[in-house]
Design a protein around this ligand. Structure first.
Ligand code: ZN
Ligand code: ZN
Ligand code: ZN
Length: 377
C-alpha cells in the first residue's frame, strides 16, 4: 500500500486561509455550518475533490472553531495529509453516518436548531438523510457563500488557468496540421484529446460535431464521417491541478459556402466585441449584449441559442454567467469564457470560444489558438 502523501505546508496555509475566509462569510450571513461533499467546492477548500460514492463523506465547517470531516473509516487514511486542518470523524460500516453528522453539528454553533448551508453538489439523498437527522435545522444554499469566493481567482489560480489554456492551444496547433477528411467525429475528437493529454493536462471533456450536427451546441459527437465541404466544431478542454481549459474552434473542410464565411466573420467580430467590453465594474449582461449586438446587426438574431459565456475554474461552468439579465459586476481576477455562436438548423453552426481574464485594465485572452477561419484537408 502506498504511503499517505506528505502534507504540503505551503498549500495547507492556502487552504487554511480559504477555510477562514469562508468562516467569515458564514458568520457575516448568520449561517452556523457549511456542509460540503466530494466536489469542486471541496477541492477549493481542501485541495482534494474527495471520493464521491454511496458512502457519506462530508466536510462540516462551523462559523467558528475547527472544521470537522465525517468519512467512512476505510477512507480516513486518505485524509491523513489534512489532519492538521480537520477534526476527523470516521464511521464504521454498521453505523449511521447521518447520526454522526448530527452529533457533530449539535455540539457546535446553533446547537439543536442550527442554520446549515449545503454546497451545490451534495447529493439529494444525503441532504434528505441529514434533514431527517436534524429536524429543527434551517437549510440554505451554500453556493451563495462559495460561488462568489470561487469566482475571483488568486494569482496561483490564474497561473494554472493560463497554463492550461496555453497547453490546449498547443494541442490545437498540432491538430490542425493534419487532414480531417475521412475520419469520423469520434476519431477526430480522440486525436485532439490525445494531443491535449500529451501536453500533460489531465482529462477534461470534449465534443466534436460535423455537418448539420454543428447546429446543435451540445451535440457530443458520433460516427458521422467528415468529408469535403463540412463545417466541423471542436469544443474541448483539459485540466491542470483541477483547473479547466475550455476552447471551441470551428473549421471547414475544403471550400465553404459564401454565407458561412459571412457568418463566421460575424461570430469572430462578436467574440472580439465581448472581449473589448470586459472591465472591472461592468455588468455581466453588458458582455452578452455586446456580442449579441454584432450578431443581430449581421442578421443572425434568430440563431443565437445561448449566453456568451460562463466562469471557468475548478468547474467548467461556474460564476460569473455572462447572460442578459445578470447585473453581477465583473471583478479583476474573474476568468470566464467568451463564446458567441450562431446555429442555423439543418445547415451549420459556428462558435468561437476563448478563456478571458478580467484584469484591472480590461479583458485579457488566455487562449491564442488561431481564430481566423481554418480550412482543413
Ligand atoms: Zn455550452
Ligand atoms: Zn466550451
Ligand atoms: Zn464554455
Amino acid at each position: 500500500m502506498a504511503e499517505p502523501a506528505a502534507p504540503d505546508y505551503q498549500s495547507l496555509a492556502m487552504f487554511t486561509d480559504r477555510l477562514r475566509r469562508t468562516q467569515a462569510e458564514l458568520a457575516g450571513q448568520g449561517v452556523d455550518w457549511l456542509a460540503v461533499g466530494p466536489s469542486a467546492d471541496l477541492r477549493y477548500l481542501l485541495g482534494s475533490e474527495g471520493h464521491l460514492s454511496e458512502r457519506l463523506s462530508l466536510l462540516l465547517l462551523p462559523r467558528e472553531g475547527d472544521p470537522a470531516y465525517v468519512v467512512a473509516g476505510l477512507e480516513a487514511p486518505l485524509l491523513e495529509p489534512l489532519r492538521d486542518l480537520l477534526e476527523i470523524h470516521p464511521w464504521e460500516e454498521t453505523q449511521d453516518p447521518a447520526a454522526i453528522v448530527a452529533a457533530v453539528v449539535r455540539a457546535g454553533p446553533g446547537g439543536d436548531a442550527p442554520t446549515v448551508a449545503v454546497a451545490d453538489e451534495l447529493l439529494g439523498v444525503f441532504l434528505l438523510r441529514l434533514q431527517a437527522a436534524l429536524p429543527a435545522a434551517t437549510w440554505r444554499e451554500g453556493g451563495l457563500l462559495l460561488r462568489p469566493l470561487r469566482a475571483v481567482k488568486d494569482g496561483r489560480e490564474v497561473e494554472l488557468l493560463r497554463e492550461a489554456a496555453r497547453r490546449t492551444d498547443a494541442a490545437w496547433e498540432a491538430f490542425i496540421a493534419r487532414a480531417l477528411s475521412g475520419q469520423t467525429e469520434r476519431q477526430a475528437l480522440a486525436r485532439l484529446l490525445e494531443l491535449t493529454h500529451a501536453t500533460g493536462l489531465e482529462p477534461g471533456f470534449g465534443h466534436c460535431s460535423s455537418g448539420p450536427f454543428t447546429a446543435s451546441p451540445h451535440y457530443a459527437g458520433g460516427d458521422r464521417m467528415i468529408g469535403p465541404g463540412d463545417v466541423v466544431v471542436f469544443d474541448w478542454g483539459g485540466r491542470l491541478e483541477g483547473y479547466h481549459s475550455d476552447v471551441t474552434r470551428t473549421v471547414v473542410v475544403g471550400e465553404p459556402e459564401p454565407e458561412f464565411v459571412r457568418a463566421y466573420e460575424a461570430v469572430l467580430a462578436a467574440n472580439e466585441a465581448a472581449l473589448q467590453a470586459v472591465a472591472p465594474g461592468v455588468a455581466c449582461e453588458t458582455i452578452d449584449l455586446a456580442a449579441r449586438a454584432v450578431l443581430e446587426d449581421a442578421g443572425y438574431e434568430a440563431y443565437i441559442l445561448h449566453r456568451v459565456g460562463h466562469g471557468l475554474g475548478l468547474s467548467v461552468h461556474e460564476e460569473p454567467y455572462l447572460v442578459t439579465g445578470n447585473a453581477q459586476q465583473l471583478q479583476s481576477g474573474m476568468v470566464f469564457s467568451d463564446e458567441p455562436g450562431v446555429y442555423l438548423p439543418g445547415r451549420w453552426g459556428i462558435r468561437i470560444e476563448d478563456a478571458v481574464l478580467c484584469t484591472d485594465t480590461g479583458g485579457e485572452r488566455l487562449n491564442e489558438a488561431p481564430r481566423e477561419l481554418t480550412r482543413m484537408g
